[in-house]
Design a binder for this molecule. Structure first.
Ligand code: FES
Length: 68
């Protein structure tokens, strides 16, 4: 949900992705742009996603492995 002042809300999930309200254009490090139409987009913050810059839930597998 947007903040009251109309600003786009970005939520940082502990040990997980960064959730951004969509639709949004994500600019990759190589300069290309990924357009996402979803109402919420999960950006990988762990560096283990197989579909960067989007989160593919690989962070869960990594956390599980570290707990075991
Ligand atoms: S934060 Fe989910 S795969 Fe990286």
């Amino acid at each position: 949900m947007s903040a009251k002042n109309g600003a786009r809300r970005v939520r940082v999930v502990a040990k997980g992705p960064i959730l951004v309200e969509g639709p949004v254009d994500v600019e990759r490090s190589d300069g290309t742009t990924l357009h996402c139409d979803r109402f919420q987009v999960a950006i990988c913050a762990c560096g283990f996603s197989t579909t960067p810059p989007l989160c593919d839930a690989s962070h869960r597998r990594i956390l599980r492995r570290r707990r075991d």
